[in-house]
Design a binder for this molecule. Sequence first.
Ligand code: PMP
Ligand code: GLN
Length: 380
Amino acid sequence: IATKLPKVGTTIFTVMSQLAAEHGAVNLGQGFPDFPVPERLIDALDRAMRAGHNQYSMMTGIPALRQAIAAKTERCYGYRPDVNAEITVTSGASEAIFDAIHAVVRAGEEVIVLDPCYDCYEPAIDLAGAKAVHVALDPLTFAPDWNAVRAAITANTRMLMINSPHNPSGAMLSEADMRELIDILDGTGIILLSDEVYEHIVFDGARHESVLRYPQLRERAFVVSSFGKTYHCTGWKLGYAVAPPALSAEFRKVHQYNTFCTFAPAQHAFAEMIEQEPEHYEQLGAFYEAKRDRFREQLLTTKFKPLPVPGGYFQLVDYSAISDLDDIDFCRWLTIEHGVTAIPLSPFYETPPSGQRLARLCFAKNEATLDAAIERLQKL
Ligand code: PMP
Ligand code: GLN
């Protein structure tokens, strides 16, 4: 049949996880933790199901969870979103991103994305009949070139998407970046979609520059997050979007016919977890920073050159001292011949920088998993 998504195949994460399984490789490709979710969360989920919270929840999410999100947002970013009008619980950040785009972007309009970017953005834009306009981040630092963003804006630009901490690079937007953004968007009708799923995984004492800290940005923004990243449960697929009332109202028109509501027992579990164990998200940065530091030390005993990782749980490595293969062939070869799976960067780009020799390794893993990978990488 005539496909609506001619550019889309199977996601690189699925392709590489399948290849890893076929070849018994240590899978540092697809981003997911291999350690358990907090005990309290499992207990709370179990209790919620036994207490009978097994039917449709409110379309917007249970009040207790929206309350917990509002309180946590205020603690973290100094802004308390309205519980009823500004928070919507979704089936992962993926659903929130899809709903936000479909709620406001019309056919023929343009959405600016910064390459490399996460793979679910462009298909959602395409399905809306809109056009993704790709602006490249710096190939070494992955910092935005705000003048290039300014130059990409047209009368047709409806939305700008940002992602900090950034997948795949871990780069973070600075306060100066946020000031640039305010300046760029001022006086335009452009809506901001801010993907902040790694908001709590930030290192070296840095502050996460949430869009929610900035009134001039949040008044025109959807801010999206995911409990999967914060609570080590990517398979639970629960997230949320915060947006001003008028944007949330449009968002909910899509959400209510897309999924209507999300897995009710987990909403109860997260409400309890957020309120009663704030240490979990407060200490998440330190937890992952220790993993990052240990993994980077180990990488120095290999021929891979690690790039800086300000946030998130991915380590980019330059493999040019090992191979001149392009990144897709290199990641296949590494899996098949050396038993370690990484994710190539080129699928995150419309036009990958020529000659780029980078691969992404996920360090959200037990020490034993990372040790096993390093032992194999040392042989290269
Ligand atoms: N955005 C980014 C940058 C991500 O890395 C991910 C998860 N890999 C998502 C969105 C989707 O999150 P979720 O699994 O909650 O749908
Ligand atoms: N977000 C995960 C990553 O970047 C992948 C999620 C998925 O497989 N859809 O690795």
